[in-house]
Design a protein around this ligand. Structure first.
Ligand SMILES: Nc1ncnc2c1ncn2[C@@H]1O[C@H](COP(=O)(O)OP(=O)(O)OP(=O)(O)O)[C@@H](O)[C@H]1O
Length: 310
């Protein structure tokens, strides 16, 4: 349905997006996962015709979006990272304004506004001015604005960054509903791998402008089928221990984790004794040690040696 073909964007010497090929089938929920600066927003801006590619193309049902941008605008809803609302107007007035831009009038406009307010759970507060809303509520109205024209495809650019847990849950539920019940095709970008794991059928992992891995979640995790992920919880952070383990033979990756270190090691390696010895040598207290199932975050760590949120 929607694809990018060798999509590329350069800024002088900086390659923001480097020959990216994505494909979304109708009704799929696809995650675009990558750390800050990976090129996710630039990719989305090119798909939504806000930015012209340096080379390559975006195709909707086989038709070039670069040559015929109008075609995609009617079927695409984009939720940008930045909140784009008028603070002095109420939520209702904002949505009426955006609805008119989409060409909606009269009863059709009223209905579209009511439905999208309902969807993001803010019908009861629709008359309050945006400036009185929390960051999370503003984001929910931002989402409602992108849905007014009932798009077939919705692209969301990190919609849950820096918001309260209630709004975050609401947004995740809304995305699920749009995809599973309303059969909308969703492209969801995030650097929170838990969200992508929860919401998406298929995932593209980007880093430094390139897609470095893609596939269904289970396929991606099977990259780590011959590895174990060990989480080492420490009483205090110990950079010297991390350093030693990074250069130790048989340990593939070492990354800082909440309250400790995360290691990727070959399965059944007999490393535990060495871990305890190294910890003792550097005066680090191991509080807990467990072997975990691989997550998408671990796949990223395995491929790049870094954590998604470094
Ligand atoms: N207008 C611009 N001029 C120059 N460089 C840019 C411009 N826009 C983006 N870049 C660069 O392109 C790269 C990709 O940025 P992009 O915003 O697409 O990443 P991202 O994955 O969306 O990250 P974030 O989560 O921080 O938005 C970065 O190195 C960024 O500095």
């Amino acid at each position: 349905m929607l694809e990018t073909v060798d999509l590329r964007k350069t800024y002088k010497t900086n390659v923001a997006v480097d020959n990216v090929n994505l494909y979304l089938d109708a009704g799929e929920s696809v995650g675009l996962l990558g750390p800050n600066g990976a090129g996710k927003s630039t990719t989305i801006s090119m798909i939504s015709t806000l930015l012209r590619p340096t080379s390559g193309d975006v195709k909707l049902d086989g038709r070039s979006v670069v040559q015929d941008p109008k075609h995609i605008r009617g079927v695409l809803g984009v939720v940008p990272q930045e909140i784009a609302l008028y603070e002095e107007l109420s939520a209702l007035e904002n949505l009426q304004f955006f609805g008119r831009i989409y060409g909606l009038r009269g009863k059709a406009l009223d209905l579209a506004v009511e439905e999208s307010l309902e969807l993001v759970g803010l019908s009861e507060r629709k008359k309050e001015r945006i400036k009185t809303y929390s960051g999370g509520m503003k984001r929910r109205i931002n989402i409602a604005a992108a849905l007014l024209h009932q798009p077939k495809i919705v692209i969301m650019d990190e919609p849950t960054v820096g918001i309260d847990p209630q709004s975050r849950n609401y947004i995740l539920e809304t995305v699920r509903l749009l995809n599973r019940e309303k059969r909308m095709t969703v492209l969801y970008t995030s650097h929170y791998m838990e969200e992508v794991e929860q919401l998406c059928d298929r995932v593209y992992i980007m880093d430094h402008g390139k897609v470095i891995a893609s596939g269904r979640k289970d396929e991606l995790k099977s990259i780590l089928s011959s590895e174990d992920t060990i989480f080492l919880q420490l009483e205090e952070p110990c950079p010297a221990l991390a350093e030693e383990l990074r250069s130790a033979e048989g340990i593939r990756q070492v990354a800082e984790a909440d309250q400790g270190l995360k290691l990727i090691v070959p399965k059944q390696s007999k490393l535990l004794g060495r871990l305890f010895q190294a910890a003792e040598k550097h005066g680090a207290q191991i509080v807990n040690l467990n072997v975990q199932k691989p997550s998408l975050e671990d796949v990223f760590l395995h491929l790049t040696g870094r954590k998604l949120r470094d």
